[in-house]
Ligand binder design. Structure first.
Ligand code: KIV
Length: 437
């Protein structure tokens, strides 16, 4: 049931400039199909990956990291299919997403990535090597000088293949020695890297720290003004969205995210959280930052990724969780505030029922959600008389005071046993013999 894009495929990559060269524009780099797919048990078929990539294009994602081509023949093929299809499907505004493939800093990986992405109109190779002491010592068993040499050579090699868009990541940047980091970054810029991604690989940094890291990289890395700085924040301490926003505020103009925040261990910064935070607060508090995402396609993307990856979204997940727009408490539904004029005067406002902004900072329609009922309210044991009356009216029942009292107390009795009352339950209450004409 998921809709598809039409595709006009041409073999010759041609340069299509960035959609918006505005300095306040934040590019959305989606890595659901690469880092997201690395979540345990989240493997998707090639057909599913293509569906997801088409949905990401519909969302208006700027860069799609479609996979890690050297990891398997299947992955290489899936990335190639996406590059040919989505990487050539220019939308009505003349935009086509960059299609990116991940590669470790070695020739075989870079060749595989290029073999897969070169069919896209805007191909990108993303190559990485670790820079933290702990990774150098226990994983790479290499010196700092060796790491610099490999990074420089491999960025040069990727460019030599004809790829004019090369991203470089110093893995575990969040725990890397700063001076060494600036040096590596400066060298890969000289070698031709066009985007420098700063991964907090183990989700270790705090937002103020990560923001400062981006600020320092901006001021201390030679040649940085010619490249785009990117963030890649893992969620091990539950800080990935906050760190990503801190990075963007400090000057990063690409953010790496995944749908539903899926990814290794505790996942990545989630696309929907970062995009909606920028939409909601970007103008006011984040220096006017904005993205090109058509947020009305978020829910569809979330459902698709949940279904294909088998990673279900927790009900209280921000933006896309089932409860994200559900209001049950009578306080939220009716709203009560104390009037300071008299300590004894409690004035009920109409809260959610009269003005949704009382408890809703985002409208469900903005992310492509249709309200299951006009008020968007879930009835349960915390719901008040006012909420019930409002729902009954929406269902077409206008009760007098006495009738409403009776239904309300029977409703409360059922709600004590049943978590949420559906419209069917409410109808059943109403059709009880007492209320038959
Ligand atoms: O978490 C990480 O460091 C990565 C890099 C490859 C960007 O996924």
């Amino acid at each position: 049931a998921f809709r598809t894009l039409t595709c006009s495929f041409s073999r010759r990559p041609e340069y299509i400039p960035d959609r918006i060269p505005d300095p306040s524009y934040v590019r959305i780099f989606d890595t659901t199909l690469r880092d997201g797919e690395q979540s345990p048990g989240a493997t998707m078929t090639s057909k599913e990956k293509l569906d997801v990539a088409r949905q990401l294009a519909k969302l208006g994602v700027d860069i799609i990291e479609a996979g890690f081509p050297a990891s398997s023949k299947d992955d290489l093929e899936a990335v190639r299919i996406i590059a040919k299809d989505v990487g050539n499907a220019i939308d009505e505004d003349g935009h086509v997403p960059v299609i990116c493939g991940l590669a470790r800093c070695n020739r075989a990986d870079i060749d595989a990535a290029w073999e897969a992405v070169k069919f896209a109109k805007r191909p990108r190779i993303h190559t990485f090597i670790a820079t933290s002491e702990i990774h150098l010592k226990y994983k790479l068993r290499k010196t700092r000088e060796e790491v610099i040499e490999i990074a420089r050579e491999m960025v040069r090699y990727a460019r030599s293949l004809g790829c004019d868009d090369v991203e470089f990541s110093p893995e575990d940047a969040g725990r890397s020695d700063r001076e060494f980091l600036y040096e590596v970054l400066g060298e890969v810029i000289k070698a031709g890297a066009t985007t420098l991604n700063i991964p907090d690989t183990v989700g270790y940094t705090l937002p103020s720290e990560f923001g400062q890291l981006i600020t320092d990289i901006k001021s201390k890395t030679t040649g940085i003004e010619n490249v785009i700085i990117s963030t890649h924040c893992q969620n091990d301490l539950g800080l990935s969205t906050a760190n990503t926003l801190a990075g963007a505020h400090a000057g990063a103009r690409q953010v790496e995210v995944t749908i539903n925040g899926i990814g290794e261990r505790a996942g990545n910064a989630s696309l929907e959280e970062v995009v909606m935070a920028l939409k909601c607060r970007g103008k006011e508090l984040l220096g006017g930052l904005y993205t090109g995402i058509n947020t009305r396609h978020i829910v569809m993307a979330s459902k698709m990724v949940a279904e294909y990856s088998g990673l279900h979204v927790q009900p209280h997940k921000a933006i896309v969780g089932a409860n994200a727009f559900a209001h049950e408490s009578g306080i939220h539904q009716v709203g009560v505030f104390c009037c300071f004029v008299s300590l004894f005067l409690i004035v009920p406002s109409d809260g959610m029922l009269k003005f949704k902004g009382t408890y809703e900072i985002i409208s469900p329609e903005d992310i492509g959600l249709s309200r299951s009922n006009e008020s968007g309210i879930v009835l349960g044991k915390l719901s008040g008389r006012h909420a019930l009356r409002s729902r009954l009216l929406e269902l077409g029942y206008e009760l007098n005071g006495k009738e409403l009292d009776d239904v309300f107390w029977r409703f409360k009795a059922i709600a004590e046993k049943k978590k949420h009352l559906s419209d069917g339950d409410i109808e059943a209450l109403i059709s009880d013999e007492i209320f038959q004409p």
